[in-house]
Write a protein that binds this ligand. Structure first.
Ligand code: ADP
Ligand code: MG
Length: 384
């Protein structure tokens, strides 16, 4: 595809106003661009710092017409933008990633089918549309995980199901919606690759991160990943092939499981990824600036890490002491060498809500990890 170069100070459109959008706004501003954000939440973290916040639903035709007329190109920060919205915008303005790529990533069945079709490593799965489908599901899928095909995130919309009876119960509890049943794989550990792919097919991958979850939510990312360097490299190659097969343009997150020493793709995110937040403090070019560069047809930046890094998510739970709400005491944390604190400007903390993160950077991986664990202790968090 021919690159379409968009020079600053053009206006870029962002669908979604969460923290990923907020960092995109900052990265775009660094390069002299303006950003309009579409998000129905009037306090959205990106909307608060955007040049303009269109406070409307994602399928609001008047807001979409305004965005298309006012922006030189449009991108997204979350995968659940209606594919129709992207398609409508794409008739009037360049949109990256494409509606087709986003629609693969927003549906777990389309996603796994895509992996299968392209010979990319994935775990066993089947589609579930009825109790009959569950009764006929192959027995090697049990124990399994039943996941709503759409709209799940941070472990929501899924249930571990030990047997068929549990799966039937879980399917009804999930609202009898279209689901995927996956075999529950024995995980050695989880890693992810965040990469950027330009309009000319050029790819820059960031170093793989090892990811640890708590309650289904990403807790810690460690870079470089502690596991086998060879697997981490292979993950980079798989992610690159996957991006090419999708015809992807922009920043892409690919989550992997390492199961019995084998790499399988878990899921893809058509946007910057939480496990790529370390790139803000540890890489010459971060994942958000890569998104700006890909969108605007600029050469991609150097994705190499100049530091090792450990990133820790800060969830809304930290803002509560029993029922009492208060701002965590950051003072001890801020004393720790190499620690970079990020808060997203969210007004109301809630349990499980991503309010911010910190990244500890440095030359010595062991020391960086220890400092990150010390920082967790100052907040009352257990070791990861
Ligand atoms: P989400 O969109 O909520 O991130 P994921 O599919 O990534 O959904 O699942 C969340 C977490 O649940 C994964 O990071 C992993 O720890 C666990 N998990 C999901 N699917 C499987 C599976 N098939 N086998 C084992 N663990 C799984
Ligand atoms: Mg996930």
């Amino acid at each position: 595809m021919k690159k379409s170069f968009i020079p600053a100070p053009a206006v870029l459109g962002m669908l979604g106003g969460g923290q990923l959008g907020r960092y995109f706004v900052m990265a775009a501003h660094e390069l002299g661009y303006q950003v309009w954000v579409l998000d129905p939440d009037q306090d959205s973290p990106a909307g608060l710092i955007a040049d303009r916040h269109l406070c409307a639903e994602y399928d609001d035709s008047a807001a979409l017409a305004e965005l298309a007329a006012g922006c030189a190109a449009v991108t997204t920060e979350f995968e659940n933008v209606p594919a129709e919205t992207l398609a409508v915008l794409a008739e009037q303005v360049p949109v990256h990633p494409s509606a087709a790529a986003v629609s693969v990533c927003q549906d777990r069945i389309a996603e796994k089918t895509f992996l299968k079709t392209h010979g990319l490593p994935h775990g066993p799965f089947t589609e579930i549309n009825s109790l009959d489908d569950l009764r006929n599901a192959p027995s090697h899928l049990f124990p399994g995980i039943l996941k709503a095909a759409r709209l799940g995130y941070d472990g929501k919309g899924q249930a571990v199901v030990d047997d068929r009876a549990a799966a039937e119960h879980a399917w009804l509890a999930l609202g009898s919606v279209r689901c995927i049943l996956e075999a529950k794989l024995p995980l050695d550990y989880e890693i992810s690759v965040v990469l950027a792919r330009g309009q000319d097919g050029q790819v820059r991958a960031f170093p793989s991160a090892e990811n640890r979850h708590r309650n289904g939510i990403l807790d810690v990312s460690i870079v470089p990943a502690w596991g086998s360097a060879c697997l981490a490299d292979t993950a980079g190659e798989v992610a690159e092939k996957l991006a090419a097969c999708l015809g992807y343009v922009g920043t892409l997150g690919v989550e992997f499981f390492v199961t019995r020493g084998q790499l399988v793709v878990n899921e893809m995110a058509p946007r910057p990824h939480n496990s790529g937040h370390y790139t803000i403090d540890a890489c010459a070019t971060n994942q958000f600036q890569q998104q700006v560069r890909a969108l605007c047809g600029l050469p991609l930046g150097d994705g190499r890490a100049h530091s090792t890094a450990v990133m820790v998510n800060l969830l809304g739970d930290l803002w509560f002491n029993g029922a009492e709400q208060r701002e965590p005491d950051w003072s001890a944390l801020l004393e720790i060498p190499g620690l970079c604190l990020h808060l997203y400007g969210k007004q109301s903390p809630r349990s499980g809500r991503k309010m911010g993160h910190f990244t500890v950077v440095g030359d010595d991986a062991k020391q960086v990890y220890e400092r990150a664990m010390k920082a967790r202790q100052t907040l009352g968090l257990p070791d990861a």
